[in-house]
Write a protein that binds this ligand. Sequence first.
Ligand code: ADP
Length: 237
Amino acid sequence: MPLNLVMIGPPGAGKGTQAARLRRQYGIPKISTGDMLREAVAAGTTLGQAVKGIIGAGRLVSDEAIIAVVRERLAKPDVAGGFVLDGFPRTVAQARALDEMLKERGPLVVVVVDVPELELMKRLTWRRVCQDCGATFGGVDTPELAGDANAEGPVESGRCRKCGGPLVQRDDDSAAVIRDRLKVFTNQTAPLVDFYRGRPTFSLINGLQAPDQVTADLNRAIEAALALDSGRNRARA
Ligand code: ADP
């Protein structure tokens, strides 16, 4: 059965890290709208030029634009066996559009990774990314902000442990923009919890735990959601 997974959580909750783990574990593509938009900016495409200022200010790209990006991505053959979505949906309008796109494609498993705001401020302020390979690192005080792919743990030097590239701060990880992104999350994305809460395939996970514990909780939630759905299919057959 395909695993169609949506990960919701505030900036700095560790979604990207966990999504990368699940990608490896389940062999499904990770679709990160933030990464896709940053790639578009770096490549200087029409979309990239249109969204550069919006991302830099920590605001949301229009529903219409991001829904078009995701619709196109979900039409590709590699997602037929499932996917993990990281960073989408971020508004109720996006969530409705996603339901529409996924009709006939099996259940949507929704996990919300919950982390208190003070902790998020700390993690994002410390976060560094490798300019060359994109790996993410936490600060010395935030080993729980594990990195992307295999590059996990705190920053030990100014260099990436994976490829040796220079570590830099993301443009939108400055203190003022972090505050704005957290506000945007509270106002626009947090309402998604109520949108999805009533579904049997919904789970809330404590993102304050160590990364391995978060992964374990995610796995438990995913297995339970998939078992529930296959039980229903059997009952229907
Ligand atoms: P974060 O660390 O805030 O979770 P992401 O890498 O997911 O960051 O996204 C970075 C930026 O890209 C967001 O602040 C926003 O401007 C834009 N973006 C990403 N996904 C979406 C989306 N689903 N809807 C609107 N804007 C988005």
